[in-house]
Design a protein. Structure first.
Length: 201
């Protein structure tokens, strides 16, 4: 093995490990920069929210499974509404910080063409996650994604995907990925992701 190849292999291994930690750790990029390779066609503002123009939005992959309360849910069935997808875990401090805002906005916008769906991940059992939802008065269902498979495989490469915990993606009325945040959100930032999509024809 030549010496010139050794650093490259080390850098590659570090890069792969960093990517895995981003997906498994609680946290994300809070400085407003977003990832994605190639021609991603999305813009990130200084508040850390990335958006895609209406004609350049991608569809999600399959986002379906069992909810924490044992029911079946398929996000595709919510087409026609703006859908807020929030990846969270009961073990995650920033998830706890944003939970009251998500519960409030979900209640405020109920019946106005907006649906919220949580993607609960890395909780070893449902009881911890259910206790979290009860504590914060979460009024919407969460898919139980213990291994993070929906988060990893539910979004095409190069799109505005869920990448950390917490992170949030908002789908437009056609079920396409319109906005993403890779950090905990307050009420103002959460509404800023939803309201423009409600106005779209």
């Amino acid at each position: 093995m030549s010496l010139s190849r050794a650093p490259r292999r080390t850098l590659l291994a570090v890069g792969v490990l960093s990517a895995a930690l981003t997906l498994s750790a609680c946290g994300g990029d809070s400085n407003g920069k977003s990832g994605g390779g190639g021609n991603t066609n999305f813009v990130t503002n200084t508040g850390g929210i990335s958006t895609a123009a209406k004609g350049e939005r991608a569809s999600t992959g399959k986002l379906a499974g069992e909810t924490l309360d044992g029911k079946h849910l398929d996000v595709a069935d919510l087409k026609g509404k703006v859908v807020v997808l929030n990846a969270w875990g009961s073990w995650c401090g920033p998830c706890r910080a944003e939970a009251p805002y998500f519960a409030k906005v979900a209640k405020d916008l109920k019946g106005q063409g907006v649906e919220f769906v949580g993607l609960n991940t890395r909780d070893p059992n449902k009881q911890q996650a259910i206790a979290f939802e009860e504590e914060y008065g979460v009024p919407y269902p969460s898919l139980y994604d213990q291994q993070g498979k929906l988060i990893l495989f539910g979004f095409p490469k190069g799109t505005l995907s869920l990448q950390g915990i917490p992170s949030t993606v908002v789908l437009d009325k056609e079920g396409k990925i319109a906005a993403r945040s890779l950090m905990a959100l307050d009420e103002k930032k959460l509404r800023s992701m939803i309201e423009p999509l409600l106005k779209e024809k």
